[in-house]
Write a protein that binds this ligand. Structure first.
Ligand code: NAP
Length: 399
């Protein structure tokens, strides 16, 4: 392998000038959007840093490509390589149908303890949106990735396990649960809450953001979602004193910490989006809000995402493999490309990230777009995925 490995030192990454970064091209439209995104990233890095910095990409296999070559959807070698290299990026993968198959997202999340699902949501001028003022949306969701009803502790109705839990609750606590009920468990821990809140607080501080909002349903689920809110406030009070300041103690400096109940928050993001900035929330709320917010600024076709732990990180397109467009060089590479922008920012290569973001935005302003935007934009020129990429590259000279 040419290049050097990224290292983790005290939970932070140490990035060499020629880092080795594994990529998973993805299934379906994956190869098209990867090819375009990789080229844009390489050109932006070269334009920004000359020969002083360069990513040494290595392909690792997952999904259909892996299955066809190795009969495994996620070879152990892939997981090991990503662990060794610390940071990676992936296109969308087909979800294999059938039992006993490991999901790549779940496996990587568990193996690398990628506990924060981070989804920035901002508007690029000209993108079709259902909002009157989509430019007011500029938020970043920090979704807890390992707990809540996603921990997979659940049993079907009438199973022996469900029945045993129902009778245990009745015998031990006098709690009555209707017969033939399914059972799911919602664990939310102080540890899990504080570490995701810390990620959100640190991001807010490092990026001079105005506020952090805890989104919860603690009015009903007092000891899970309510505790999430309380632990976030505790963390601010004891570990971020004078930096992250609860709304009722806020004077005029520092970052304000507030909380909003999830159902109200759905109105807030539509009616008063400019009042919100960094959001932190448990897993299920995060799932809903990431996609709802993405829809406000143009949909999943351009929504980037990253799963991040203490050092380890995997950036990924948030949409699926759109199989009907596979190999047509047709779809929007925006989601994967902007995930690449997140990755460059994570590496500390902000200048290259900024160049891509600005020329992406410029290309959309020129209405030189892929079919998904062209069909909703008046006077647009519909272009292929690769042509869109080439225009982004040529626009870099104007930035
Ligand atoms: P999908 O692949 O996201 O596609 C649904 C529709 O979204 C497409 O038909 C297309 O809309 C639009 N779309 C998606 N990506 C686009 C892009 N880059 N540019 C423009 N439009 C885009 O969802 P799906 O059909 O439900 O899932 C297909 C496969 O992907 C399944 O196997 C699923 O399990 C998998 N999946 C993987 C991931 C992941 O790896 N992270 C995530 C979700 C789904 P139009 O038809 O309107 O043009």
């Amino acid at each position: 392998m040419n290049g050097d490995l990224i290292k983790i030192k005290s939970g932070k990454i140490d990035v060499p000038d020629y880092p080795i970064i594994p990529f998973i091209e993805g299934d379906g439209i994956g190869p098209d959007i990867w090819k375009t995104s990789q080229r844009i990233m390489d050109v932006a890095i070269e334009k920004t840093y000359g020969s002083k910095r360069k990513i040494n990409w290595i392909e690792v296999l997952a999904g259909e490509k892996a299955f066809n070559k190795t009969k495994s959807w996620l070879p152990d070698e892939t997981v090991e390589k990503i662990r060794e290299c610390v940071v990676g990026i992936k296109g969308p993968l087909t979800t294999p149908v059938g039992g006993g198959i490991r999901s790549i997202n779940v496996t990587l999340r568990q193996v690398l303890d990628l506990y924060a699902c981070i989804r920035p949501v901002r508007y690029y001028h000209g993108i079709p949106s259902p909002m009157k003022n989509p430019e007011y949306v500029d938020m970043i969701v920090f979704r807890e990735n390992t707990e809540d009803v996603y921990s997979g502790i659940e049993w079907p109705a009438s199973s022996e396990e469900a029945n045993r839990i129902i009778s245990y609750l009745e015998n031990q606590f006098g709690v009555k649960i209707r017969e033939n009920s399914s059972i799911g468990i919602k664990p939310i821990s102080e540890f899990g809450t504080k570490r995701i809140s810390k990620k959100a607080f640190d991001f807010a501080l490092e990026n001079n953001r105005n506020s952090v909002t805890v989104v919860h349903k603690g009015n009903i689920m007092k000891y899970t979602e309510g505790a999430f809110k309380n632990w976030a406030y505790d963390l601010a009070k004891y570990e971020y004193k004078n930096k992250i300041i609860p709304y009722n103690e806020y004077k005029d400096s520092g970052i304000i910490l507030k909380d909003v109940i999830a159902d109200n928050m759905f109105q807030q993001i539509l009616l008063r989006p400019s009042e919100y900035d960094v959001l932190v929330m448990p897993n299920l709320n995060g799932d809903y809000f990431s996609d709802a917010l993405a829809a406000q600024v143009g949909g999943l076709g351009i929504a980037p995402g990253g799963n991040v732990g203490d050092g380890f990180a995997m950036f990924e397109a948030t949409h699926g493999t759109a199989p009907k467009y596979a190999g047509l060089d047709k779809v929007n590479p925006g989601s994967l490309l902007l995930s690449g922008v997140m990755m460059l920012n994570y590496l500390g290569w902000e200048e290259a990230a900024d160049l891509i973001e600005k020329s992406f935005s410029e290309t959309i302003k020129q209405k030189y777009v892929t079919y998904d935007f062209a069909r909703q934009m008046e006077g647009a020129t519909e272009v292929k995925c690769s042509e869109f990429g080439e225009r982004i590259i040529s626009n870099m000279n104007k930035i």
